[in-house]
Structures are given as structure tokens and as C-alpha cells.
Design a protein around this ligand. Structure first.
Ligand SMILES: [Zn+2]
Length: 114
């Protein structure tokens, strides 16, 4: 399961941080998830909840911030919401753009008890 290995690496980051800060408990994990990341937020939450069991993050509330993908057209410089990788520019109908955001998959913030 793809999401489970992602969840494990997220929890590694959380654990490192918690240890560094001498946390007794992690109470909230906030994750930025771009719509182009290829990860379904429900599956990620499910995987994280499973992976959190018997760890310092066991009671953590998991929040997912979903980020809609945005791209900038290389032809007309229009910035538009990117539905998927194959969508053309809505303005000039050309394909060929730079993805500005939407690939995010990262821990944005953590709340801990010390
Ligand atoms: Zn365009």
C-alpha cells in the first residue's frame, strides 16, 4: 500500500521532531497535500491512523490541507487551476505549462505536549 509507506515516512519526521523537542505526546499533525501528489487524503489519514498506533503520535489529530494544483501557461502566462497533468491551458488551449503548486506532500505543522 502506497499510502502506508508515505505515512511511515511522515511519522519518522514527526518522531524526530518530537524527540528533539522532548515531547511527551504529539497532539496534532497538519499535512499539506497537493492534488497532483497522487495520494488520496482519506487513504493517507487512514494509513496515518494505523501507523500512529503505539507511538508518541497515537492520539494526534490528523489534519489534511488540500492544495489545488495551479499552473502557469508557457504560451500566454495565464495562471490556471490544473485539473490533471493532461489538461491544456483554458485560455489559449495550448499544452505546455509550469506547475506552480499541487505536488505538495509534507508536514506543515505539529502540535506537541512537552
Ligand atoms: Zn495559455
Amino acid at each position: 500500500m502506497h499510502e502506508l509507506s508515505i505515512a511511515m515516512s511522515i511519522l519518522d519526521i514527526v518522531k524526530d521532531y518530537a524527540e528533539k523537542e522532548n515531547a511527551t505526546e504529539v497532539t496534532e499533525i497538519e499535512i499539506e497535500l497537493g492534488s497532483l501528489s497522487g495520494v488520496v487524503s482519506e487513504s493517507l489519514v487512514f494509513a496515518l491512523e494505523m501507523a500512529c498506533k503505539n507511538t508518541i503520535s497515537e492520539k494526534a489529530e490528523i489534519k489534511i490541507i488540500e492544495i489545488k494544483a495551479e499552473a502557469k501557461c508557457k504560451h500566454c502566462n495565464q495562471i490556471f487551476e490544473l485539473e490533471n497533468y493532461f489538461a491544456p491551458c483554458p485560455e489559449c488551449k495550448n499544452s505546455g505549462y509550469e506547475v506552480l503548486r499541487g505536488k505538495e506532500l509534507q508536514v506543515k505543522s505539529l502540535k506537541i505536549e512537552q
